[in-house]
Design a protein around this ligand. Structure first.
Ligand code: ATP
Length: 280
């Protein structure tokens, strides 16, 4: 086998607490992260000649070493010490710079795929250690469970089992820089963290933990985010919130029909990206 095709799913944050700013410029976080089945598709093909090429037709996604998938492939080729190279073809279905973790998920898929193709036999734990050197959210996509993510997002533990639910994702297409959001976040001295429930039986239980500290920066600058949240709630969502540093807003619905109805309404005449997905 010298070729493999992988799905790289998006994520949403059910919870994003920013605890403190660290001296290294990162932030200590407490997040609950959930994968959803809106996926990029990635094909990796080993080549006899050395070198890595990345092709992706989506605007705003770099080719070459600027692409996080390139970096992921490079780290495993170096570790393998092989003279081979790889071509990486990415079909981008996850909106870019959207708070949905698309780049991190692509990198995680490449690490897992290269591990197979090169017969490296690396454990998930080892792949997660390599992943965190590429991006704080990369290990989560190798972990593959609904996670409580602490530290900068790399310290993962499994959340209690949650039911599969329907998610509507809406991206208004405004550009939000993650670095700008964190720079403008006003942190209180001591943040009280809510205790998280021990069990989750239905959509309402999941929505009960919804909170995202980054909304306090992003929403005043981009009121369209609040507009989408309100519209989702009016269209039957049991909870609606911004994911990560935005601008994507997601809502949880009781069933597929309700999510589909809301998707139709929110995508007509708005120019917004709107897709429904199921949690993984
Ligand atoms: P997060 O939620 O982790 O902040 P995000 O969903 O907001 O991530 P990404 O889609 O991962 O953001 O993209 C962030 C930036 O990374 C983009 O502006 C893009 O230039 C760059 N990038 C590098 N590689 C990729 C990739 N494979 N897919 C998407 N963006 C990439």
């Amino acid at each position: 086998m010298n070729s493999i095709t992988l799905k790289a799913p998006a994520k949403v944050n059910y919870l994003l607490d920013v605890i403190r700013r660290r001296s290294d410029g990162y932030h200590d976080l407490r997040m609950v992260m959930q994968r959803v089945n809106l996926c990029d598709e990635i094909t990796l093909s080993l080549t006899r000649a050395p070198g890595i090429s990345v092709t992706c037709e989506k605007n705003g996604v770099p080719d070459g070493p600027g692409n996080i998938a390139w970096k992921a492939a490079n780290s495993l080729l170096e570790l393998a010490g092989t003279p081979q190279g790889v071509t990486i073809s990415i079909t981008k279905n996850i909106p870019v710079a959207a708070g949905l973790g698309g780049g991190s998920s692509d990198a995680a898929a490449v690490l897992m795929g290269m591990n197979e193709l090169l017969h490296l036999g690396l454990s998930d734990q080892r792949l997660m250690e390599i992943g965190v050197t590429l991006g704080a959210d990369v290990p989560f996509f190798i972990f593959k469970k609904t996670a409580l993510a602490e530290g900068i997002g790399e310290a993962l533990s499994a959340m209690p089992l949650m039911p599969t639910v329907w998610v509507l994702l809406v991206n208004p297409g405004v550009h939000v820089s993650t670095a700008w959001v964190y720079k403008n976040l006003q942190l209180t001295n001591r943040k009280e963290l809510n205790k998280l429930p021990d069990s989750y039986h239905d959509v309402k239980d999941i929505c009960s933990i919804f909170a995202n500290d980054l909304e306090s920066v992003t929403i005043p600058a981009f009121p369209v985010i609040a507009e989408i949240k309100n519209a989702m709630m009016q269209l039957g969502a049991l909870g609606s919130m911004m994911s990560g540093s935005g601008p994507t807003v997601f809502g949880l619905y009781q069933n597929r029909d309700a999510a589909e109805q809301a998707r139709k309404t929110l995508s007509s005449n708005t120019g917004w990206f709107a897709a429904i997905a199921e949690t993984l």
